[in-house]
Design a protein around this ligand. Structure first.
Ligand code: NAP
Length: 155
């Protein structure tokens, strides 16, 4: 299964100055639940934001310039190479903008957290053709910044 996982605001922002521009306690719970034991693929800048391999899963970093090879962490030069190396394991493509753009055409499932916030940013989740997917609304959370887990499955 090739999955994509992202949280974006009402104006499709995913990041600002290398960081995620909101902090909502518990919002990343689904990310942890889905990706644990599986493979996470991310671009070099997103990896640098985290700064270390994620525990209990394999991290594949896509970079043309750097190498982050460590226990359960390898670096490859393209998204295609990352998917190939993952083989038949479940993969979750987890940003940032450049990787999402490429991943839109191959993702079978998109696990999206819709953040109910208009926020300033410099990186965005690309527009996509919703008609190509079935949308399921999974869970809504109220709070200072409400958010909703949704899943898009390719038809
Ligand atoms: N809200 C969310 O769910 C979420 C999730 C993840 C990240 N983010 C945010 O997104 C922002 C980072 O996104 P970004 O688009 O700037 O960076 P990014 O996609 O994380 O990383 C970009 C880098 O990845 C490498 N790369 C990407 N595609 C490649 C390809 N096809 N071939 C070779 N290398 C490739 C390149 O590294 P080299 O320059 O080393 O070649 C490129 O500079 C941050 O603000 C982060 O907080 C948000």
């Amino acid at each position: 299964m090739i999955g994509l996982i992202v949280a974006y605001s009402k104006n499709r922002v995913i990041g600002n100055s290398g960081c995620i521009p909101w902090k909502i306690k518990g919002e990343q719970k689904r990310f942890k639940e889905l990706t644990t034991g599986n493979v996470v693929i991310m671009g070099r800048r997103s990896y640098e934001e985290i700064g270390h391999p994620l525990p209990n899963r394999t991290t594949i970093v896509v970079s043309g310039t750097k190498n982050y090879d460590a226990d359960n962490c390898i670096t490859v030069k393209s998204l295609g190479e990352a998917v190939k190396i993952a083989g038949d394991r479940n993969v979750y493509i987890s940003g940032g903008e450049s990787l999402y753009k490429e991943a839109l055409s191959i993702a079978e499932k998109m696990y999206i957290t819709e953040i109910e916030l208009e926020v300033e940013g410099d990186t965005y989740f690309p527009e996509f053709d919703e008609a190509l997917f079935d949308k399921e609304i999974n869970q809504h959370f109220d709070g200072d910044i409400p958010y909703t887990y949704v899943t898009y499955t390719r038809k």
